[in-house]
Ligand binder design. Structure first.
Ligand SMILES: *[C@@H]1O[C@H](CO)[C@@H](O)[C@H](O)[C@H]1NC(C)=O
Ligand SMILES: *[C@@H]1O[C@H](CO)[C@@H](O)[C@H](O)[C@H]1NC(C)=O
Length: 290
């Protein structure tokens, strides 16, 4: 088949990464898949012109609004891949929501990257539920030895119960009880990596501890984390779920990179954040307060 894949290809967004991956999957199956940037087209008429002059058999769009809306009234069959911000953000805008509903109705199928995303879409467009497939990006299903443990004190009871509720539907993800520091360190040592996906700023003692325990760290690229992790040198920084998956896989498949990151992270912690160093600093400073 000759397929058109419409997505926002600008910069290095998550959608662009996903698009390239999907194209590779389709090429591997013997299809032709042509990537086009949704930003280059202003209306469904322009896409209709493209699909007829270029003789496409079918189309795919990543993002129900940004790319999907261009396929409204399409002559050729198409499928939709939810982009994330479509069901999380654009759905809140009544006009966009209406367009997205119409596109979804026309689509042969839709793909969501999580059960949660599917549920959000199905709540808005119940008729589409049956055609929404979940292509989970956690790879627990492909490799059942991969697990994600969420551990720590339940500071906000409401938030914690929401997390527990969601996790119930995600195989391979577990909420673990808070542990005393020594036991926590033992658990970290037995892990493949420590993940920090925080969106709120701070200084992560847990990241420094993991570095000190020779465990690689994957952290969200926010200033607090970027201040202590240099990407691909002392850890890995991600901005999107897709990037997280890609980096985790590269870490699992590249023991040399893993070892180098561990070594440099350890040296970094020793140099800049060592417990001994910190202790000495404070013990010395406090003397000035006498
Ligand atoms: C249709 O496509 C052709 C060839 O790409 C282009 O020259 C023409 O301007 C297009 N028409 C519209 C209405 O977009
Ligand atoms: C994650 O990182 C943020 C920002 O650096 C920090 O505030 C938070 O304490 C960290 N949490 C863990 C568990 O590492």
């Amino acid at each position: 088949m000759r397929l058109l894949l419409l997505a926002c290809l600008r910069a290095r967004t998550g959608n662009a990464t996903t698009a390239a991956r999907i194209r590779d999957h389709l090429h591997a199956a013997g299809h032709t898949c042509v990537l086009k940037d949704a930003f280059m087209y202003g209306s469904p008429a322009e896409i209709a012109n493209l699909t007829s002059t270029d003789e496409f058999d079918a189309a795919l769009a990543i993002h129900l609004y940004k790319a999907g809306r261009l396929l409204q009234g399409s002559r050729i069959p198409f499928g939709i891949i939810f982009g994330g911000t479509d069901v999380n953000e654009d759905i809140k805008c009544r006009e966009k929501c209406q367009v997205m509903g119409a596109v979804l109705q026309e689509a042969r199928f839709a793909v969501a990257f999580s059960v949660e995303m599917k549920e959000l879409a199905a709540a808005e467009w119940p008729d589409a539920r049956k055609k929404i497939y979940v292509q989970s990006q956690d790879w627990h299903r492909k490799d059942p030895s991969v697990h994600l443990g969420i551990i720590g004190p339940a500071v906000d009871p409401l938030f914690s119960s929401e997390v527990k509720e969601k996790v119930k539907r995600l195989p391979g993800v577990h909420v673990l009880q808070e542990l005393p520091q020594q036991e926590l360190h033992a658990a970290v040592r037995r892990s493949f990596a420590v993940v920090n996906s925080s969106i709120s700023e701070g200084m992560s003692a847990a990241i420094l501890e993991a570095m000190d325990l020779d465990i690689p760290v994957l952290a969200r690229n926010i200033p607090g984390n970027a201040a202590i992790i240099k990407h691909k040198e002392t850890g890995l920084l991600f901005s999107t779920p897709q990037e997280f998956v890609m980096l985790s896989k590269s870490l699992m498949n590249d023991p040399i990179m893993e070892k180098e990151i561990i070594t440099r992270a350890k040296a970094y912690v020793k140099k800049h954040h060592s417990w001994e160093g910190e202790r000495k600093t404070y013990q010395t400073l406090v003397l000035r307060l006498q």
